[in-house]
Design a protein around this ligand. Structure first.
Ligand code: ATP
Length: 367
């Protein structure tokens, strides 16, 4: 990896980019993370190439566009979590590289690689942990400072097939027994989205087995028998993470209106207690695939899958124009007629347009 043609003794690739290279993973098209020992803002202002896209003075970070690639430059910095679970406060910008890496989440994400001479700098034993496939936090208070690291650990463990190192595991368990709910839900939501959008059943399995859901709920959850990963692969949805988490307590999260609708539609489906499956089918027609999949997983797999496979294909062949051609005047009976035909089609999907016209005539004759 030598993505940037910049030689400076104070510049280091940092975090995921170094980890992935050492793991032999193909380079991602993701943004490049670089740390500058000193003030990245000053460095970037004097760089003379590329353009500054954004500066964050409080965190000493700069986003630049160089040769059509985005590069995130961060000043080395020290932080404290004066309000646990929330964004940290920066106490020093321009500290040593060692101090900078010590604020990070896992040893495998605390590796740096010099842009000057390609040397890998490993202050925390990250290389050994990469070899051992271990995720190790950097200090005992790490999860208390920032519980989103538990979700990050879940994501990395599934992505790379890593395990939590023994002490990290114990500290995670301890934290989950006594969660501080006063936390930054925006970041937690982002990490949950990233982890569950991997669409791997293992993420849910670990989330339940390790009781990671305690981060969002006091309730106990059991895992379901249904394989969510396969369902999502088969029926392709826009918001996979919500198919995994839609049955959990999400009220603290700032959901988008689409996400809220997925959940409220799913609840609406679960509350249907009538016997008439046609009425339930009509409700299915109004909701997104995510809500249907949630229903499949937690309420009635067979009905929901039958809906996705067959019932969702049912369409009426006739239109209002056909009814007008038959001599009927448009009024509220048109929609009643369509509903009546749809009910017949629900029982017998094979009805043709001629059949539908006959049913329509019958309907109007009986009025
Ligand atoms: P990827 O982008 O491949 O998922 P990444 O490690 O680059 O992995 P980012 O979320 O981009 O992930 O974070 C970049 C780096 O910032 C991490 O490697 C880690 O060093 C640090 N970092 C990110 N989030 C945290 C956190 N919550 N606590 C401490 N350090 C963090």
């Amino acid at each position: 990896m030598q993505k940037l043609n910049l030689k400076d003794k104070n510049l280091y690739y940092i975090g995921g980019i170094v980890r992935d290279e050492l793991l032999g993973l193909p380079e991602k098209q993701a943004d490049i993370d670089v740390t500058y020992v000193g003030s990245a803002i000053e460095f970037c202002k004097n760089l003379g190439i590329g353009e500054i896209v954004q500066i964050n003075d409080a965190f000493g970070t700069v986003r630049m566009k160089i040769n059509d690639e985005y590069v995130d430059f961060a000043s080395t910095r020290k932080e404290i979590y004066d309000k646990k679970g929330h964004l940290p406060t920066v106490t020093e910008i321009g500290c040593s590289l060692k101090e900078d890496v010590l604020r990070r989440d896992f040893t495998v994400n605390a590796l740096a690689k010099s842009l000057y001479d390609d040397e890998i700098v490993d202050y925390t034993g990250g290389i050994q942990d990469l070899k051992d496939k271990k995720l190790r936090i950097l200090h005992d208070g790490s999860f208390i400072d920032d519980p989103t690291r538990i979700i990050r650990g879940l994501k990395f463990s599934v992505r790379f097939g890593f395990e939590l190192e023994e002490k990290t595991k114990i500290l995670q368990e301890k934290y989950l027994e006594n969660v501080n709910r006063d936390m930054c839900y925006k970041r937690l939501k982002q990490e949950l989205e990233d982890a569950f959008n991997l669409n791997r059943q293992e993420v849910l399995d670990k989330f339940v087995e390790q009781k990671i859901y305690k981060l969002i709920s006091d309730k106990n959850y059991a895992n379901t028998e249904i394989n969510t990963e396969n369902l999502i692969k088969k029926y392709e949805v826009e918001t996979p993470w919500l198919v995994y988490l839609g049955n959990f307590d999400l009220e603290n999260f700032d959901l988008t209106s689409r996400e809220q609708k997925i959940i409220s539609d799913y609840k609406m489906l679960t509350e249907y207690s009538g016997e008439d499956m046609f009425e339930l089918y009509k409700k299915f027609r109004q909701v997104s695939k995510e809500s249907v999949l949630l229903y499949a997983i937690y309420v009635d797999y067979d009905f929901a899958v039958n809906y996705l496979e067959k019932l969702s294909e049912i369409k009426l062949e006739i239109t209002g124009d056909d009814l007008i051609t038959l001599g009927y005047k448009p009024n509220e009976n048109f929609s009643k007629c369509f509903d009546f035909i749809l009910r017949e089609k629900f029982k017998n999907h094979k009805l043709t347009k001629d059949d539908e016209l006959k049913i329509a005539k019958n309907f109007f004759n009986k009025l």
